[in-house]
Design a protein around this ligand. Sequence first.
Ligand code: AHR
Length: 347
Amino acid sequence: MKAKNMCAVIAALAAVFALTALTGCQKKKAEGGVTQGMNKKIVMGYSQIGAESEWRTACTNSVKQAAADWNIELKFSDAQQKQENQLQAIRSFIQQKVDIIAFTPVVSTGWEAILRECKDAKIPTICVDRTIDGSDGKADPNDANDPDNLFTAFIGSDFKLEGQRAATWLVNYMNQIGRGDKNPVNIVELQGTVGAAAATDRKIGFEEVLAGYPNYKIIKSQTGNFTRSEGKQVMEAFLKSDGAIIDALYAHNDDMAIGAIQAIEEYGRKPGTDIIVVSVDAVKGAFEAMMAGKLNATIECNPLLGPQVMDTAVKILSGQPVQKWVVSEESQFDQTNAAAAYPSRQY
Ligand code: AHR
């Protein structure tokens, strides 16, 4: 066979092989929707908290896409940031006798009764992204009141670790630019939704690290509800009272940081230089702000949880063991590596 013909045959075989591998993979996912011992399609009720941030939109898209890939019927409900809407949605999932319920608790308290209702109805539950109060990812089998015994699995990030990473990054950077010894280093903090695990734990982790640096002071701390508009509004108020003395801003998510950056510019100081800005999420908007020199660093929080949610649901329903807490693996980015990472970011 001539070399040219040989190349054509190899190319054709490679294409057939790639197609077979792809359809094989799709088929595997699709079969996931029907588990051993169940001859019907899995039905999942999913209570999402809303659409407050770029991160949340990416999370919702990931869940919807994964449900389609796994051939799982998704009953999706948007709670518009209200716990009462989530409780109502979950109760309606129980009435509809769904096979499994996944939800993101908007705040961490007030779930015990509904989770007991799910248990009584023998419907397993997965906490996605945020967990409930008192959960440490380890269930004590002898303690019926252990919050970790109220749900089946939690898939999400270690928010405390994210807060610790943000503080460590800030302290190192302030030292690097020769401002670490300033006394005091004045920090303002934009918190996420009050009572949300993501806000509570990011605050605790940040403060834990700062406790080792007594010259670092959080002079103002208020919620911006994880939204860009409230992040801007609250930062405007911080600037009005303390604009000239703020050294750094810690925002519990990128959207609030982006809103605050606008407020800092309007006030007449330079975000990223005069006021050092560190936040959490690593959404595309944060990369753009880092490349423009306005955001200094972002700690990654992975919203692409859909595949893990569907995979875990299939395992639970087919009686396979699952981890109580599937912790997301995450990275961190600053102005030194933002441009290189940007093209491959998926959200
Ligand atoms: O619970 C995760 C947080 O919720 C994200 O950091 C934030 O952007 C979102 O709204």
